[in-house]
Design a protein around this ligand. Structure first.
Ligand SMILES: *[C@@H]1O[C@H](CO)[C@@H](O)[C@H](O)[C@H]1NC(C)=O
Ligand SMILES: *[C@@H]1O[C@H](CO)[C@@H](O)[C@H](O)[C@H]1NC(C)=O
Ligand SMILES: *[C@@H]1O[C@H](CO)[C@@H](O)[C@H](O)[C@H]1NC(C)=O
Length: 453
């Protein structure tokens, strides 16, 4: 498997952004390896709880990471802890948020220590907790990662209040549109809301990619619409089997979600983890270029290019969607959530077993994830500036906060019997760090609600 390792390190190491001219002509051992990798990666990605293939970005950070014990780490992490005690934050109710500076950027801040055992739910109080995110059931022993709270620089982020959330969305329909990380986000929301009302599972397709829940007391419908790329993307079939090579139509949105959005009041759209693979990019029937290919006369792009285009096409489509105007569709763009494989990637022994946040000095601000976040941000600004006022757009900018949380992933505790030894450093434990996305989400909904009054 030596060739597999080097293949994968290179193939998915977007940090280096090289091309590999000999990729497809290394002969039989290589092809066999490619096949194995493809099969494995498809097992991952097509199962309801896939790991995405995200390269190792963390070597540098690790090297910088000293052997300080956790306590010291936490202390240095919060220099102004004494003035910034958590008690102040815990008592801010959602309705108080808008009394804070309206211009406050809630996504800019840092993690501070909160009250011990302050998670919103447990694996037994959330009836819909997915097995693969139930880290404590699968042997995760440390729980200190639950005790951190996000502190925006210039204001407070209110606690998540399920009553408040359900009142805002009463009578509405909401969909998460995206990959398994979008599903992870919805699963967190389901757990949070279930503390107030137990949802009813009303629709599930055979692969569990499209799922709908209903909260009868609040007449609220919540669904996931699975979409790998947001735009059209088909895998090339070679000799009857999937090749792991994709053709993307950069100017065509994925019909699976596009046909549903006219019935929606809210759409949360996200993506990114599927773009780290060999792909050919088409537009208007022409080949624009590729990702990780080695063909002559085909332009090789970085991942941020197709990702930006996919968001551009999708957001433009939503902005021009006439049928979306009657319900004044509110679209929330959730930015890229980083994976944290250390010393390898998912199939080369990469792991993520830290038990606390990284401090700000440890975070590499040149991480490629931040570039992905920036193209998503640009597309958000673009659509907001060209907004016809009939549909609405907002941003859920989780990247900065999540970059600092390598401790939030299941790691080896994701309960997959068939893939023992592989770590999930892409998705997030429930309860866990990802619950903050819904604190952000509620804050965004509330601001929008105040505006509409
Ligand atoms: C919850 O986690 C505990 C370990 O903390 C585990 O023993 C238990 O089986 C889990 N319960 C459920 C319902 O998953
Ligand atoms: C497809 O099958 C044919 C016939 O078995 C074989 O010659 C060819 O190399 C295969 N192509 C690939 C890409 O595996
Ligand atoms: C994390 O895992 C690595 C590799 O298995 C191991 O060497 C290291 O001691 C572990 N660290 C912690 C904090 O468990």
């Amino acid at each position: 498997m030596k060739s597999s390792k080097s293949f994968h390190d290179k193939f998915h190491n977007y940090a280096q952004r090289e091309t590999y001219p000999n990729l497809l002509i290394k002969g039989l051992p290589f092809i066999v390896t490619l096949l194995i990798i493809t099969i494995l990666s498809f097992f991952f990605l097509y199962s309801p709880n896939p790991l995405s293939i995200v390269p190792n970005q963390d070597l540098e950070i690790i090297q910088k990471h000293s052997q300080k014990d956790e306590f010291d780490h936490a202390k240095t992490f919060v220099p102004n802890q004494e003035h910034d005690t958590i008690e102040e934050h815990q008592h801010v109710s959602p309705s108080e948020l808008h009394k804070e500076k309206k211009t406050c950027d809630i996504f800019k801040g840092h993690w501070i220590r909160g009250i011990r055992g302050s998670s919103y739910y447990t694996n037994s109080s959330c009836p819909t907790i997915p097995d693969s995110k139930n880290c404590f059931k699968h042997g995760r022993m440390d729980s200190d990662f639950l005790n951190w709270k996000w502190k925006p620089e210039n204001c407070e982020l209110p606690m998540f209040d399920p009553k408040f959330f359900l009142n805002i969305v009463r009578g509405k329909k909401m969909a998460f549109i995206g990959d398994s990380v979008a599903r992870n986000h919805m699963d967190s929301l389901l757990c949070l809301l279930s503390q107030e009302e137990t949802p009813i599972d009303i629709h599930k397709d055979s692969e569990d990619k499209f799922r709908t829940y209903y909260f009868p007391k609040h007449d609220f419908t919540l669904m996931i619409l699975w979409s790998r790329f947001l735009i059209e993307g088909e895998e090339r079939i070679v000799n009857g089997t999937g090749s792991g090579i994709f053709d993307l139509q950069m100017d065509k949105v994925d019909e699976d979600w596009a046909k549903v959005i006219p019935e929606l009041d809210y759409a949360i759209i996200s993506g990114g983890h599927w773009f780290f693979r060999l792909m050919f990019l088409h537009e208007g029937g022409k080949l624009l270029g590729c990702i990780y290919c080695s063909e002559k006369n085909v332009k090789n792009y970085d991942i941020d290019f197709p990702l930006g285009l996919a968001f551009k096409t999708s957001l433009k489509y939503i902005n021009n969607c006439k049928d979306c105007r009657k319900r004044k569709l509110f679209t929330i763009i959730r930015t890229f959530a980083p994976a944290h494989f250390e010393n390898g990637i998912w199939n080369t022994g990469g792991y993520c077993n830290r038990t606390g946040p990284m401090n700000e000095e440890e975070v590499d601000l040149n991480r490629f994830e931040l570039k992905l976040r920036n193209v998503q941000m640009e597309e958000f600004k673009e659509v907001k500036n060209n907004n016809k006022g009939n549909t609405r757009f907002e941003i859920l900018d989780v990247t900065n906060a999540m970059v600092m949380r390598p401790d939030g992933h299941p790691g080896e505790h994701w309960g997959n019997k068939w893939m023992k030894g592989y770590n999930d450093c892409t998705h997030w434990c429930l309860p866990g760090v990802i619950d903050v996305w819904n604190e952000f989400f509620l804050a965004v909904l509330q601001r929008e609600n105040d505006k509409q009054r």
